[in-house]
Design a protein around this ligand. Sequence first.
Ligand code: ZN
Length: 349
Amino acid sequence: MTLPKIGTNCSLDCLVRLLNTPSPTGYTEQAIELVEQELKGIAALQFRRTRKGGLVAKWEVEGSTAPRALTAHVDTLGAMVKEIKANGRLAITRIGGLLLNAVETEGCWVFTSRGGKLRGSLLVNTASGHVHGAKAAETARDEEHMEIRLDARTTSAKETRSLDVAPGDFVAFDPRVEVTNGFIRSRHLDDKAGVAAIMAAIKSVAESGQSPKETTYFLFSNYEEVGHGAASGIPAEVHELVTVDMAAVGQGQESDEFHATLCLKDSGGPYHHGLSKKLRELAERHAIPYKTDIYPNYGSDGEAFWRAGGDVAVALIGPGVDASHNYERTHTEALVATANWIIAYMLGD
Ligand SMILES: [Zn+2]
């Protein structure tokens, strides 16, 4: 079996559009909609939304005896307005494991409950070097000392309230996407790179006129960053779940930006040995550049499903992403490797 080709340019374009679609956990409708629109043209797929807002695409195959599922998450780190401060600026509460130092001075959108949006940026409250001197560098980058400065005329809580901002409004930080020499640098490659890899794989299998070996469900989940994305949405008839999420690159890690990685253990413990072995064999057979690795501070949607009682084999693969939950970067080689691995899994025994 030779794998069908993936349209790299088209997938990259799709990834960039997805990255530029704000989707902090809890505010993911636009991103889910984009994924559905992208896949809508594939006649073999049936779509449904989960009640909590995720998207399930089902590719039914006649005579299937052991249905499978793949999942990736569209939700990202972000924040919510916590408080309107007396100086008219906004205190925030983080969504997921957002590193505040990584978004210092970043531009952001505040989405108001009535559908408006306001522009601003996140700053430490001792930002001016001329006013605060050494303190500007020393202040802790935490929720207490950081605030959103809205690009609107306000210096009081009253003026800010009149802009229709309220606690609980979602905040999305600019992804700052750049593509250079095959590198993709952006926030939230976790897990939009995984979502794009699944979409690219589905498209190339469909374009090649083939079908998956078994009925396959694709869950695009929307609450992964807070720990329960794929806790629901995967039908009980599913035997195997392959979670597609970023591989952690950094000191002591085997993963890199040019390979896909099979994660064998993370903070939630070991993945399913049998399914992991099967994925490893598929990678070997199809010469997919891959690594195996352990992620020290990491949990996945596959484990969320396990914890929710899902009785399936779970494995985790994904593209290597440098500086995760920070200003992330990967390379198209890792994306292609991941998409090819998904294709091999879809078509394989
Ligand atoms: Zn992730």
